[in-house]
Design a protein around this ligand. Structure first.
Ligand SMILES: Nc1ncnc2c1ncn2[C@@H]1O[C@H](COP(=O)(O)OP(=O)(O)OP(=O)(O)O)[C@@H](O)[C@H]1O
Length: 258
C-alpha cells in the first residue's frame, strides 16, 4: 500500500530521520517503537503527508505521496495525532462526524453511509453512550477514544495512529488494540506508535524499532523484541517471556553499560 525509501527529514536544526526505509501492506498492523526522540512521530507525519522529507520518496499505491490531491489523500489515510485532545466544545457525535468530511462536497449533508460510519466508529471505541456530551468535558482517556472514533469513521484504507492507547486504562487499552488488530485483519493497513512493549509484541504483526532517526531492527515481534535490541536501543535489561497470549516484556532495570 505504501513504500518509503531513504527518507531524510530535518526539523529545526536537527536531522531527525536519517535514511529510513519503510513499507506497509494491506492487512498488516505495524508497531513503531523506540525511545523518546527516536523519530517515530516524525516518520508517521512524513508517511501521512504532513512533513515533506528533504530526501527520499514515499509512494502510496502507484503514485508519489506528493502527487495525491489533498481530499483524495484524506480519504485514503486517517491520522490520529499524539495526545489528540478535543479542543472544541462540540458534542462527541459531531466530532466523530468530522471524520466523514473528506467524503462530503461543500454544503453536502451526510448520507446514510456517513451516519452509519459514525455510529459504527462510536460503538467500536465505546463512546456511543457519550455521544451527546461536550467533548471538552470528558476525561483524557474518553477524549482519546473519541479521537480514535473520528479517525476510524473516515473509513480510510490506512490508519496511522500516534500512541492511541496512551492514557487509557488496561481494559480500554486491550479493547483498542483488539479493535485495531481486527481492523487490519479485515483488510486495512494500520501503523501505530507504542511505548508498551508487551502490547506491541502481542498485537502487531510486524515491529519497526527506531533509534536516533534510523531503523534499528524490524521484523516479527519475536525477531525484534530481543534482550540485545532492547539493551542497545533503550538501555534496559529486559526479560522476554513467552506466554500463550504472546510475548511478555519485563523491563528488569537499566542495562549495566549505562
Ligand atoms: N518542531 C521541531 N523542531 C526541531 N526539532 C524537533 C521538532 N519536533 C521534533 N524535533 C526533534 O526531532 C526528534 C524526533 O522527534 P519525534 O517527535 O519524531 O520523536 P518520537 O520518537 O516520536 O519521540 P516520543 O516517543 O518522545 O514521542 C527529537 O530529537 C525532537 O527533539
Amino acid at each position: 500500500m505504501l513504500t518509503a525509501t531513504d527518507i531524510h527529514l530535518r526539523r529545526g536544526d536537527n536531522t531527525v530521520l536519517k535514511g529510513v526505509d519503510f513499507h506497509l501492506s494491506m492487512g498488516e498492523m505495524i508497531g513503531l517503537i523506540g525511545p523518546n526522540g527516536a523519530g517515530k512521530t516524525s516518520l508517521l507525519r512524513c508517511l501521512v503527508g504532513l512533513e515533506r522529507p528533504e530526501r527520499g520518496e514515499i509512494r502510496l499505491g502507484d503514485k508519489s505521496l506528493a502527487h495525491w490531491p489533498a481530499r483524495a489523500l484524506a480519504s485514503e489515510i486517517a491520522y490520529l495525532a499524539q495526545s489528540a485532545a478535543c479542543h472544541w466544545p462540540m458534542a462527541v457525535e459531531r466530532i466523530v462526524a468530522l471524520g466523514r468530511l473528506p467524503h462530503l462536497g461543500s454544503w453536502q449533508s451526510p448520507a446514510a453511509t456517513d451516519v452509519a460510519a459514525v455510529k459504527q466508529a462510536m460503538a467500536a471505541t465505546d463512546v456511543a453512550h457519550l455521544r451527546h456530551r461536550q467533548a471538552t468535558a470528558l476525561s483524557g482517556g474518553e477524549q482519546a477514544r473519541v479521537q480514535l472514533a473520528r479517525s476510524l469513521a473516515v473509513g480510510a484504507r490506512g490508519l496511522f495512529a500516534d500512541e492511541p492507547v496512551a492514557g487509557l486504562d488496561p481494559g480500554h487499552q486491550i479493547q483498542v488494540m483488539e479493535l485495531l488488530r481486527g481492523h487490519a485483519r479485515s483488510g486495512h493497513a494500520v501503523v501505530i506508535v507504542l511505548h508498551d512493549l508487551t502490547l506491541a509484541a502481542r498485537y502487531c504483526s510486524r515491529l519497526v524499532l527506531m533509534a536516533e532517526g534510523k531503523v534499528a531492527a524490524e521484523g516479527s515481534p519475536a525477531e525484534v523484541m530481543t534482550p540485545g535490541n532492547l539493551a542497545a536501543v533503550y538501555g534496559i535489561a529486559a526479560r522476554i517471556e513467552t506466554h500463550d497470549t504472546g510475548l511478555l516484556v519485563v523491563p528488569a532495570g537499566l542495562a549495566h553499560s549505562r
